[in-house]
Design a protein around this ligand. Structure first.
Ligand code: HEC
Length: 163
């Protein structure tokens, strides 16, 4: 019964211990949990995975759109006949879609070739019946068209010479 004021049970050392206990321990626990999660995540990234190579990652995170400087006065590079064929004509002439004469089909091309190279080129440029003008690609030049026609017609038995 002789407890005096000022001699209560909370000494400065106890206050310090309480502060450490209340704040430091949870903070320490959080830090450890974060470390644990980071350690797990590091284990999930397989550096040998081809999708994880620097190049692949750069490709994925690169910004949308590329700026390409094209000199408008640069001379146009005419594509070769086989390139035009593969890019544009093969869609129909490779498969025979819409009854297009198939590449390498000598019977189908024989009667076309009999029309002569100039007529075939003219028809391919302007379109004829179900054959769309320039194969549907207005970007193709006359020279590219004549090269593509020669490429196909020659595979069908002709020996035309394009520009
Ligand atoms: C959308 C389909 C399609 C594409 C793409 C296409 N053609 Fe054709 N082409 C046809 C069809 C169908 C015919 C047959 C037309 C007919 O005689 O009725 C044809 C016929 C032709 C003929 C024969 C014309 C004639 O007078 O008999 C030539 C030459 C020709 N195409 C060249 C080309 C070239 C070169 C390209 C690529 C630049 C091309 N075609 C792309 C569908 C296509």
């Amino acid at each position: 019964m002789s407890e005096e004021k000022g001699q209560c049970a909370t000494s400065p050392a106890m206050i310090l211990a309480a502060v450490v206990g209340v704040f430091a321990v949870p903070v320490l626990a959080i830090v450890m949990i974060v470390q644990l999660v980071l350690a797990f995540q590091a284990g999930h990234v397989d550096k040998n995975d081809p999708r994880m190579t620097d190049a692949a990652v750069q490709e994925r995170i690169k910004p949308f759109g590329d700026v390409k400087a094209i000199d408008p006065s640069a001379p146009r590079v005419e594509k070769a006949g086989d390139v035009v064929y593969t890019e544009v004509c093969a869609a129909c002439h490779g498969t025979g879609a819409l009854n297009a004469p198939k590449f390498g089909d000598k019977a189908a091309w024989g009667k076309r070739n009999a029309l002569g190279f100039d007529t075939l080129v003219k028809n391919a440029i302007n379109g004829v019946r179900t054959m769309p003008a320039r194969g549907g690609n207005p970007e193709l030049s006359d020279i590219e068209m004549s090269r593509a026609v020669a490429h196909m017609a020659n595979a069908g038995g002709a020996s035309f010479k394009s520009k």
